[in-house]
Design a protein around this ligand. Structure first.
Ligand SMILES: Nc1ncnc2c1ncn2[C@@H]1O[C@H](COP(=O)(O)OP(=O)(O)OP(=O)(O)O)[C@@H](O)[C@H]1O
Length: 703
């Protein structure tokens, strides 16, 4: 019979350390101890032979939670996923019908939910994370089974050897009794080396089991190149090895111990609910364990990405200020491409105050010839010492948010992968290229002159598409909260989802080319990292006004969230108790519409004009040339959110409504002309052939 490990040994050696961590985190305070040392307590898992794993007395009903080791809420969330994953695995074995098994699983979950053991979100929303755990369980079970088999085999082999040796010893008549004893002891030692417990010690650690799943990204996709880096996620263009289509995969680091999982998975839970031609299409998401995470840098961590108290600044609103207090920037490139662009309300307040008083000078430089990572910025002429170099500030933010849980702390770091439709470009890039092109073709012209050449009707049509996407989001009781040109992606019809064929052109220049050729651009709203649910009156939907009398669920709202240039005043009010709802997105749309219609000649002009626009001041030339649009933008940017139109109301405005008819007619005409052109081309080719034949005949006759 093999030696039973002592309780301490069992806890120290038998279980891989990471698994112990997870088990410790179980909400019931599950802790493996031995039944013979705790008589009268309930057995839980008779996994390792006769050794019973039991619940300590204090965790049993009536004894309250473990006091020694109170469950930490973040670690407990891991324990809960683990529990739900166990249940799911268990239910899979119940019946051959997967449907029945699912029903059983959900019923059990509901029971646990009603007992207050798990929360609802662990049942459905955590499926992606649970998958990883389930995989680990399967591995553990397989290894345990293998270990038992191996144990048996070794024991059999041992007794065979033992009997052989005994026979040999007894047949050796000349051997002394001392020799016999030492020989037997040696054999026993040999057997002890085959103890299953020793094998457990050699088992791979829990974390390494996650490695088995690590391959999904690389197994399923070929990584083509990096599309860009947001504040806290990196997006890659990838090709699926099976269907040969191209996709965008966003990778975000999740430190499971630091935030509620539902917050971390906000982007996918929002995206997964949406299906609309003007919303970036979501395919699936999964998590992988990543070795690199252990040494992860602040960049790319979910922490700021999902931090409710964060604020995003784009490069153009980080309006660089020169020594003389004038705004200046050198690149339209989104600052976030350089890494981090999130601030907390206090920093936002300080920065906005400093910017408005002209006391801050922050200069951003982006070397277009280099990669995103080379975006640099430095602090200049900062008279307010509280406003420091942005990277310094971000580092501080990161440090402060990680003080309680350092990188090498207990949190499990996973990488969330979000597979999305690949889009060709985004509105920010388009506006930049369009403005450059207008300036190139009209040297020396100012914005007022260029305004007449923006392709007014097509721009309004493009904007209508954006509003349709927003109306859809609002109809699903959601607020985007970060509508800005870089979050609005663009495709042209034939490259729409260029994933359809890898050979189709998908470079960004084709967007401007399509625009110059009077083709439509399809806008798709993306980046749902800041989306929140709106239990408010759904102002944009005639059909789904679920709770017209309800006030906004203030607990779900956060202030200082969004991007300064496009954020509504109520979003920028960290200290006030103002509430905001879908009207905040409408405010952002107002600024976007203006930017679409008014091409800026310089970056500095853009910063100054948009700042004035937020105060309700329009360029005179714009008001004169576009009175209707001015009225609509003013309406959308009303300081009182209640006075702003809903997305549905915007869509019904004659400016956009009649426009659609006009454009549809024009579109029809263009198509007709195209067909006629093709026919004429065919006729011309036919006539050319005839002429060539006649010429040949003439030549023959003359010969
Ligand atoms: N579906 C997509 N197709 C093509 N490019 C994409 C797609 N999604 C994101 N990108 C690009 O990847 C980069 C980073 O993406 P994204 O902005 O979503 O990350 P983020 O961390 O959410 O950034 P942000 O700081 O704006 O919140 C951007 O340059 C964006 O244009």
């Amino acid at each position: 019979m093999r030696n039973s490990p002592s309780d301490e040994e069992f806890a120290q050696d038998a279980l891989p350390s990471s698994l112990k961590k997870v088990l410790d985190a179980l909400p019931l305070g599950f802790s493996p101890t031995r039944s013979d040392e705790e008589p009268g307590v309930r057995s839980l898992v008779p996994l390792y032979g006769d050794d019973k794993v039991i619940l300590p007395r204090e965790t049993q009903p009536g004894h309250g939670p473990i006091s020694k080791n109170p469950p930490n809420s973040t670690v407990t969330s891991q324990g809960r996923i683990l529990l739900v994953s166990l249940l799911e695995n268990f239910c899979m074995l119940y019946h051959k019908s997967p449907q029945r098994n699912r029903e059983l699983f959900f019923t059990l979950c509901k029971m646990l939910y009603s007992m207050g053991i798990i929360e609802e979100e662990y049942i459905e929303e955590m499926a992606a994370v649970r998958n990883s755990y389930m995989h680990v369980f399967r591995e553990l079970v397989l290894q345990a089974m293998h270990s038992i088999e191996e144990d048996k085999r070794v024991a059999e082999e041992g007794s065979r050897l033992f009997s052989l040796l005994s026979q040999k010893i007894s047949s050796q008549t000349g051997s002394s009794s001392t020799e016999k004893r030492s020989s037997t002891a040696k054999n026993e030692q040999k057997l002890i080396r085959f103890e299953p417990r020793a094998m457990f010690g050699a088992r791979p650690a829990f974390d390494s089991l996650f490695d088995v799943r690590k391959g999904r990204y690389w197994v399923d996709f070929i990584e083509l190149h990096q599309l860009g880096k947001g504040g806290f996620g990196t997006v890659y263009k990838v090709r699926n090895r099976l269907d040969f289509r191209d996709y965008a995969v966003k990778k975000v680091k999740l430190r499971v111990s630091e935030a509620p999982l539902h917050t971390m998975l906000r982007e996918i839970t929002s995206l997964a609910q949406l299906e609309h031609p003007n919303i970036v299409r979501y395919y699936c998401s999964w998590v992988e364990y990543d070795d690199e995470s252990a040494t992860s840098s602040p960049e790319g961590s979910y922490d700021g990405y999902f931090n409710n108290n964060s604020f995003s600044l784009d490069s153009t609103s980080d309006q660089a200020v020169t020594n003389n207090g004038l705004f200046m920037y050198e690149s339209d490139h989104e600052l976030s491409a350089g890494g981090i662009s999130r601030y907390r309300p206090a920093e936002v307040q300080r920065l906005s105050n400093a910017v408005s008083t002209g006391s801050v000078g922050v200069e951003f430089r982006h070397d277009k010839s280099t990669t995103d990572d080379n975006t640099s910025f430095s602090s200049l002429a900062t008279s307010d010492p509280s406003v420091r170099n942005k990277s310094q500030m971000d580092n501080d933010l990161y440090r402060s948010s990680h003080q309680s849980t350092p990188c090498d702390g207990p949190g499990l770091v996973l990488t969330l992968h979000i597979q999305m439709q690949l889009c060709t470009s985004n509105l920010q890039e388009f506006l930049q290229h369009r403005n450059e092109w207008l300036l190139d073709t009209n040297p020396g012209a100012d914005s007022s002159t260029l305004m007449g050449q923006v392709g007014h009707v097509r721009i309004l049509r493009l904007f209508r598409g954006i509003v349709e996407g927003v109306a859809y989001i609002h109809s699903r009781n959601m607020i985007h909260r970060d509508l800005k040109p870089s979050n609005i992606f663009l495709d042209v019809p034939h490259t729409a989802g260029s994933s359809s064929s890898p050979s189709l052109p998908s470079d960004k220049s084709c967007i401007l080319q399509a625009f110059q050729e009077y083709r439509d651009l399809i806008p798709r709203i993306g980046d749902f990292g800041l989306v929140t649910t709106s239990k408010v009156t759904v102002r944009d939907s005639n059909t789904t006004v679920a709770h017209p009398s309800e006030t906004p669920d203030i607990s779900q709202l956060t202030f200082g969230v969004g991007t300064i240039t496009y954020a509504s005043p109520e979003q920028l009010a960290p200290t006030s108790n103002k509430r905001y709802d879908t009207a905040s997105d409408i405010f952002s749309l107002g600024i976007i519409l203006f930017e679409l219609l008014y091409p800026f000649a310089t970056g500095m002009e853009r910063v100054i004009t948009l700042k004035k626009l937020r105060e309700g001041v329009f360029p005179e030339s714009f008001v004169a040339a576009r009175p209707k649009e001015t009225a609509v933008i003013l309406w959308m940017m009303a300081s009182d959110p209640k006075r702003r139109p809903t997305a549905v109301e915007i869509l019904s405005l004659p400016l956009f409504d009649t426009l659609i008819t006009t454009v549809t007619q024009l579109h029809g005409e263009v198509q007709r002309h195209k067909v006629e052109k093709q026919q004429l081309q065919l006729e011309t080719d036919e006539l050319r052939r005839k002429v060539a034949a006649l010429e040949a005949q003439l030549r023959d006759q003359s010969i």
